[in-house]
Design a protein around this ligand. Structure first.
Ligand code: AMP
Length: 278
């Protein structure tokens, strides 16, 4: 159970020895209950469950947190063991990128908006690493959190256009008791910042209230902005955007639409999103 594999050849051999449908959960490690939810869903729906743990340098910008991103392979491995994961694939960077990738995977309108606008090249890195991992693992299904809603939409498009025969399965966001979406980056927050960080979830509650009162979308955005900016440790808001379920911008809010948000705190930049409900 939960065999740790670090190279492509051993991965191939291990996959060959296991029979049945393969489910895949790609992660960057520092596993939390959000990841565990993906793993459980994967276990339930497949004969074989593969988890990758790879902090992918290609999806980090030059001034981002690649070096300090939390890494704890021992703890991750023990979580995977207790969840009954079959294979944990945790390669070195050189195993995935013997040479720096020169193919640029971009999806105009999807990878250059929202996160793509504030983190140029981020989705190129996501698309290239997933293409490589899909080609190594050949899963029947791959599991992605709605927490990274834009990533989910990008991956669906990538798989559709490049013809990967993989079902992309979305998994709802797992939240802490106060509503903050679980994220490996929450570990960067001080105690006081962590308290402030629930303002993101509270801004969704505010949005729901204003939506029910039929307020105009710009007014809702403004009220959410003011609310978030009134909290300690908030340095700025990168965006609050309203889209439909395919990430197209909307100017009238309806049930089923999404609000996507990125907030900079002193020690961490957090993203979250919420599906508009009645
Ligand atoms: P990461 O390790 O942050 O790259 O995330 C790996 C996968 O876990 C991605 O598909 C994320 O969307 C998903 N994920 C991260 N946090 C959560 C969460 N709080 N709830 C559900 N899925 C999550």
């Amino acid at each position: 159970m939960a065999e740790l594999i670090r190279d492509k050849k051993s991965l191939k051999d291990a996959l060959k020895s296991l029979k049945g449908e393969v489910g895949f959960v790609p992660t960057m490690g520092a596993l939390h209950r959000g990841h565990i939810e993906l793993i459980r869903r994967c276990k339930k729906e497949n004969n074989v469950c593969v988890v990758s743990i790879f902090v992918n340098p290609e999806q980090f910008g030059a001034n981002e947190d690649f070096e300090k991103y939390p890494r704890d392979i021992e703890k991750d491995l023990s979580i995977c063991k207790s969840e009954g994961v079959d294979i944990v694939f945790a390669p070195e960077v050189s195993e995935i990128y013997p040479t720096k990738p020169i193919i640029l995977l971009e999806i105009p309108g999807l990878t250059d908006v929202l996160e793509g606008k504030f983190r140029p090249g981020h989705f190129r890195g996501v698309c290239i690493v997933l293409s490589k991992l899909f080609n190594l693992i050949h899963p029947k299904r791959a599991y992605f959190g709605e927490k990274d809603f834009q990533q989910l939409i990008v991956v669906k498009k990538l798989v559709e256009e490049l013809g990967f025969d993989i079902d992309i399965v979305p998994v709802p966001t797992v939240r802490d008791d106060d509503g903050l979406a679980l994220s490996s980056r929450n570990a960067y927050l001080s105690k006081s910042e962590r308290e402030s960080a629930r303002c993101i979830y509270q801004s969704f509650e505010l949005m729901q209230e204003l939506f029910r009162k039929n307020l105009d979308i710009e007014e809702i955005r403004k009220r959410m902005e003011d609310f978030i900016l009134s909290h300690k440790h908030v340095v700025g808001i990168d965006y609050i955007e309203f889209t439909d379920d395919a990430l197209r911008g909307v100017n009238k809010l309806e049930v089923g639409h999404r609000v996507l948000i990125a907030v900079r705190f002193e020690s961490a930049r957090l993203i979250d999103n919420w599906e508009v409900k009645q």
